[in-house]
Write a protein that binds this ligand. Structure first.
Ligand SMILES: [Zn+2]
Length: 260
């Protein structure tokens, strides 16, 4: 997936391939200037947006893999937000808490089943109740496995329903996390700062925010994307409606990502 960047020296538009680290070292082909583009976006957001792009472009089967990966990475994001939020309430410093978290995640990083276990405990400790969403039905696990492991060719409506389910779940958990997501944001800012510190002089740092399906909910913003109309309370949207609305409002913004 490529996105356009603008050279800070000569304003030439340079397409850059989205990096796993969200850090992009660029040399402008027009003037030779070096710059680094930091994209403030989390892995689950990138993956969900990729899935949405694929769906919009008619690649329904490919979209399923991205949506499924987005959900797994969101579970990691939840655990990170929770663990760092907890640590913030103690004496220890953030860097140590982050190192302890990374050391712990190493034990579960290669097995998604273990990660679901981490999430279940994090949810219980944070919310004081069982994670009701961890049933195969609620996660759409059968559908996902049929598509990914058994080569099932899904219809677009089936993929839309699956996407809506994943979207609604992430949206709900983001709402429950509220301002706690700021702790995971801070971890990304620290990673950016560490890279920034290694740059030689004369390299310009550029920080970017990209459009995405979850943007409106980030940084602990209030739930709902539009200002409430006084005296009118809109009925809550179900998953399919919420996904359809987000797709209509934010899908066109994903056009900046060209190709996959
Ligand atoms: Zn340039």
């Amino acid at each position: 997936m490529h996105f356009p960047t603008t050279c800070p020296a000569c304003a030439h538009e340079v397409p850059v391939e989205f990096a796993d680290s969200a850090v992009h070292d660029v040399i402008c082909p027009a003037c030779g200037a070096r710059y680094v583009v930091f994209v403030r976006k989390h892995k689950f957001e990138v993956l969900f947006d990729l899935g949405t792009r694929a769906l919009m472009d008619g690649y329904a089967r490919e979209a399923v893999a991205s949506f499924a990966a987005a959900l797994e990475r969101f579970f990691e994001f939840y655990v990170r937000s929770f663990a760092l939020e907890r640590a913030a309430g103690t004496e220890g410093d953030f860097t140590e808490a982050l190192a302890a978290l990374e050391g712990t995640w190493r034990h579960v990083a290669s097995q998604s089943e273990r990660q679901v276990g981490m999430l279940a405990l994090a949810y219980l400790l944070r919310e004081g109740r069982a994670p009701d969403f961890l049933t195969p039905g609620a996660l759409g696990a059968d559908f996902r496995n049929r598509v990914i492991h058994r080569g099932y060719l899904p219809r677009r409506e089936e993929v839309e329903a699956y996407a809506a389910r994943v979207f609604a779940l992430i949206d709900r958990l983001l709402t429950e996390l509220g301002g706690s997501t700021a702790h995971a944001e801070l971890a990304q800012e620290q990673a950016f700062a560490a890279h920034l510190a290694t740059l030689p002089e004369g390299v310009t740092a550029v920080f970017e925010e990209h459009p995405g399906m979850f943007r409106a909910r980030r940084f602990g913003g209030p739930p709902g994307d539009k200002a409430a109309v006084p005296g009118k309370t809109a009925p809550p949207l179900n998953g399919a409606q919420a996904f359809a609305r987000a797709l209509a409002e934010r899908g066109p913004g994903l056009d900046v990502f060209k190709g996959r």
